[in-house]
Design a protein around this ligand. Sequence first.
Ligand SMILES: [Zn+2]
Length: 161
Amino acid sequence: MFTGDAVLGRGTTVVNPPDGDLSAYLRSLRRMQDLHPRTIYPGHGPTVFDARAKLEEYVAHRAMREEQVIDAIGSGHRTIAEMVPAIYAEYPPELHELAGRQVLAQLMKLEREGRVAHTGPPERAAYELVVARDCERCGRPALPRSRFCGRCSLVVLQEGP
Ligand SMILES: [Zn+2]
């Protein structure tokens, strides 16, 4: 499988918003896994002879970063500038700006999934975790920032006030 820049021979791919979309990138990784390639010929770096292990490593790496972002917000690091030194402590400061773009990509994915929300201008937005709530009508998980689940939202809308 020829992966271009999506899977590299060494290191990890930079997903830089707005061109880089982490949700789409993860979907691409899953599609690559579904093809069960044996060998990866990346756009950069050495040939990867264990494609399966490399793809698993890539997916696990993003999952780890996502957990770190959620942990960082949970422990009070609310802006990207606060999150980056906590998450990328082992990287030199000159890489922190690019690391911040990776955190932004994670946050955009989490926000789209309704798991975090932000207030304030994008460049110094403060993020918070969205607390899961129960539907007021049936008790199933409510939609993000809604009092009702998907089904009950529809019913409430149809029945009117
Ligand atoms: Zn409901």
